[in-house]
Design a protein around this ligand. Sequence first.
Ligand code: NAD
Length: 488
Amino acid sequence: MAKDLYLAGEWRQGRGPVAQSIFPADGTVNAEFSTASVDDVNEAIEQADLAWRSSAWCESLPHQRAQVLYKVADIITERAEALSQLQTRDNGKPHAETMALVMSAAATARYVAAACETMDGELTSQRAADFMTMSVYEPVGVVAAITPWNSPIASEVQKLAPALAGGNAVILKPAQETSLIALELARIFEEAGLPKGLLSVLPGSGSVVGDAIVNHPLVRKISFTGGTTTGRRLAHIAAERLITTSLELGGKSPTIVLADADLDLAVKGVVYGIFSSAGQACIAGSRLFVAEEIYQEFMDKLVAATKGLRIGHPEKPGMHLGSLINEKHLNSVDGYVQLAKSEGGTVVCGGERMVEGEHAQGCFYLPTIITGLNNTARVCQEEIFGPVLVVMPFADEAALLAEANDSIYGLAAGIWTENYRKAMQLARALEVGTVWINTYKKFSISTPFGGFKESGIGREKGRLGILSYMQQKSIYLGLNETPNTWCD
Ligand code: NAD
């Protein structure tokens, strides 16, 4: 077995159990790799703590740190095709989607590099004549970055780049399913010249490796993306240890189609919003509210567009949906569809696994639309994380807003209307971190991203993203030449 753990700048064989990366489109084994043990975790964190304190990093100038990130962006861009293929093998997403994620990772590294180079300090506004003050930002130290399997390279660079730009060291624990792409990322940072010790990539289970990382006394921040249940657990640990967290968690995002919407535009946006990534996206628009007046016309177009989607081998060009991540997850998605039926819902299209021909060996599930339920149904309240859309008509806009907000989650929402005044009123009233109006699932690295309610705490991206991995220190500089008279 290859040396397949990146521990403080060294390639090692992990001392934890052997794991497999499986291509979910046909069940073949991509690779076997060793995972980290608790001893590996402890060693990596101790090395990380030395590395961020070393003069090579903590005294490096912002443009020198930026140089590493520019290089990371260049290498990712050069190897985009290979990285995209590897990610498709890891999680079964179509090639076009994994390519977009790879390019987003490169853009993030480049953006953070530029932000790092040009970030100013602050001279505090003050009136005192005998002193002046300034605020400097300092690293927090060792950061635990823990990521899920659905958009690995993009969500990982979104944590590594700002954390390293801020002068920290990072221990990355990827989801076990997508360890290969995370290890490739380690190789890229190494080639880009990141000093040894500042990054470790430790594949392994959440319950052993993840748990050992977040509980280690030298870890000073947890940056987590994943499910709300895990996020809540990590928040408890962080509270107990009095360290900061940023939590990017689950969602059950509402999309609203008003009667005056451009229906063709809206249908395409809604289909993309829920069914791209086979619905395995935190921001998937999984609850759809459609104005009663246009409901039937909209549904006809929506069902036709959904039935026209191409579902197949993710390496084949032109596929809209690849496979789900694994058998267990497929069974969970199907369980929700069966639950919807038992609660009185009607499956308008989809609702089953694909078992014929090229789909027979993989975890393929038909894009599914369910009607006949209201927002209190479990499929409207719980995150399914699969290609399942529940549609509800609405007559009254005030009631609609209450229903759209009736969720423990608050990650994102979509609005389709030609009336921008109304759209802005709705956007302000929706309890979510991101609202898309006449578009969906678009991202800008300069725009902060994060959730309201149980969808998370903190924001990633934007120029201030680096500061979330730093802490402020205030320095007072005395200007008075006459001694303090207090002890006269
Ligand atoms: P998950 O919470 O099961 O796992 C996420 C990561 O946490 C994995 O690396 C896992 O090994 C680790 N982990 C699990 N238990 C742990 C523990 N006790 N201690 C430390 N680490 C632990 O989530 P998942 O199934 O991999 O991903 C799907 C979830 O991620 C969905 O809920 C989705 O909405 C969410 N997500 C959110 C965003 C966002 O930006 N808000 C983005 C992508 C995915």
